[in-house]
Design a protein around this ligand. Structure first.
Ligand code: 13P
Length: 287
């Protein structure tokens, strides 16, 4: 069932677990994630970055694929189709295309401009029954080989953006997209605690879910995180399984060159990664 992410995340926050957002890249990714969610009776959020949306042939193509899979694969658990790190223009494109959730990443704007644009988009999203995530404090990551420490959001700015009516809020707490460097300082639970004190019931979002140790994930959930984004980890497991297939020469045995056979180990690897995360996040059986 394609739904906005508001209800599933409010339930997660109240129930002290988190719903995973798994980013999709193609049909195999999407099917693997949806089938795993159904098998585990877990709610799920499919994340689509602007780049992945373009890669898959455009937002309407993505909506068609997801709706088709939900119907034909008999997916009855709540599924949200969410624009990840959307720019102002792409938020409108996804509202138009039929996404059920969007993220407006205004974290690089001065706070006043972030407030103005977020206010406008909250109304546009809610008019269509679509949920909206906003972000305060940029999430770090690798750029030109330099890995930056994730920035920590200002809790007062978080409160200001929360008050605009967003449905859930991403706040930088030292988290980084992609692999974490050896000398990473870890998540700032002090910042997370301060943010939750001011934002109360609002579900908080942890980006950069790949590679965060299980104990930190559990602590973050205990401090109000109700949505955790995972992207790189599925890419790593898909690619490792695909590499193994070729290294073992399986593409050269019988009809091993058939793309459906080539992509099968990666598909299973994504399913295993998603299962592991859903178990860790506590969303199994919560659909
Ligand atoms: P990772 O690629 O580090 O898992 O981060 C995913 C993410 O936060 C998408 O918004």
């Amino acid at each position: 069932m394609l739904v906005s992410a508001t209800e599933m995340l409010n339930k997660a926050k109240a129930g002290h677990y988190a719903v995973g957002q798994f980013n999709i890249n193609n049909l195999e990714w999407t099917k693997a994630i949806l089938l795993t969610a159904q098998e585990l009776n877990s709610p799920v959020i499919l994340g689509v970055s602007e780049g992945a949306g373009k890669y898959m042939g455009g937002y309407k193509t993505v909506v068609g694929m997801v709706k088709g899979l939900i119907e034909e694969q008999k997916i009855t658990v709540p599924v949200a189709l969410h624009l990840d790190h959307g720019s102002y223009d792409h938020c409108y494109k996804c509202l138009e295309a039929g996404f059920s959730s969007i993220m407006f990443d205004g974290s690089h704007y001065p706070i006043d401009e972030n407030v103005a644009k977020t206010t406008e988009l909250v109304k546009a999203a809610h008019d269509k029954g679509v949920s909206i995530e906003a972000e305060v404090g940029a999430i770090g990551g690798e750029e030109d080989g330099v890995v930056g420490m994730g920035e920590c959001a200002d809790p007062k700015e978080c409160k200001a953006i929360a008050d605009l009516g967003v449905d859930f809020l991403a706040a930088g707490i030292g988290n980084i997209h992609g692999k974490y460097p050896e000398n990473w300082a870890g998540l700032s639970f002090e910042t997370l605690d301060a943010i939750q004190q001011l934002t109360g019931e609002l579900p908080l979002v942890l980006h950069g879910g790949t590679g965060i140790p299980a104990d930190m994930i559990k602590k973050a959930i205990s401090l109000g995180v109700a949505k955790i984004n995972v992207n790189t980890e599925c890419q790593l497991s898909f690619t490792a399984a695909t590499r193994k297939y070729f290294e073992e020469g399986k593409d050269q045995v019988g009809k091993g060159y058939d793309p459906r056979k080539v992509l099968a180990p990666g598909f299973e690897a994504i399913k295993a990664t998603v299962k592991e995360k859903m178990e860790l996040f506590g969303s199994v059986g919560k659909a």
